[in-house]
Design a protein around this ligand. Sequence first.
Ligand SMILES: *Cc1c(COP(=O)(O)O)cnc(C)c1O
Length: 391
Amino acid sequence: MTVPRLEIDLEKIHHNASTLVKRLRLRGISVTGVTKATLGSPEIAGVLLQAGVRSIGDSRIENLETLHGAGILAPMTLIRSPMMSQVERVVAHADVSFNTELEVIGKLSDAAYESDRTHGIVLMVELGDLREGIMPEDLLNTVRGTLRCRNIVLKGIGTNLACRSGVSPDAGNMAELSALADSIDAAFGLTLDIVSGGNSGNLQWAFGAGGTGRINDLRLGESILLGVEPLHRQPIHGLYTDAITLVAGVIESKVKPSQPWGNIGQTAFGAKPAVKDRGLVSQAILAIGHQDTDPEGLTASCGIEIVGASSDHLILNLGNNNSTVGAEITFQPNYSALLRAMTSPFVTKIVRARSTMPELTGANSSRPVQIMPIRHRDVLRESRRQTIRDF
Ligand SMILES: *Cc1c(COP(=O)(O)O)cnc(C)c1O
């Protein structure tokens, strides 16, 4: 089979998403399924919707357009502040967008009016992580300005933590977000529909002992796709951490010294190579590199160590393992490695619509594994239809 390739197991993704949807429902929280790490994959979005997510969120309008083009009909949320140059596309393809600038909201209002649409706004609030967000003291003014815009509906407020600075969502900052929602409701005599507490980094807080207050939505990507929470990158109980794997092919396999020789300068990517002498090692080169993935975000199976990477090569110390030219090696990608592999045209994406998982498929477990390439749009549609039928 073609390498390098991402193998995507839709059944495992469905399991992860529906497990989180059910657990959060008990806490009064709905899920926005985030597809940005999948390049807006219609198949994955379809599975998230089957699993019960309230809406699909993506940071790129291009991805939401792809989803619309593939016939996905679901509430769509643009979870990054719109670019001024894209407001027409945003009102055409997103029902709701996250915003922090009144100037942009004014442009969205004009575009919505021109196209005879209504566009929803979630105002993002800064609560310490120092990425996007209106400072809390400026929030009421921004609400006032938003409410004045024609063809614009204020849907709610939200915040994003744990991304730029790693600030953890906790009882304190989540209570602050709840209180801000209350203060908006009181000041303007309305009831905000959405209070979006954050991303996968909020799960620990959401499943914790305290209440969830006004928070009624979380935007989840990494936890669904990789089964881990991003604050400590620990597996989430009951979720699959291998729903997506990356497979690469061996193009050279030789016993070589572990230490380079000659005068040592910088490497292709600027770093000085680590020179630890381990004598002769069993070294394999795989045809995958920085251009295809984030080599530092890959984990190989036991006993195999990633010792270097360039644009197009990944170098492994195989330890006691054997590997011949043409063999395939499977890796667990982290979020960064997944993101880059998904967006690389050099990496084939293979969707496993059904797998033999007795605990999930029961009587159907003896059915063969179906593997579908998702290179072309028509193939995409076909396999999505199959997936929906299979569930
Ligand atoms: C990427 C993103 C998310 C999803 O984050 P995960 O950690 O993948 O769950 C949520 N909200 C915003 C604003 C994002 O940019």
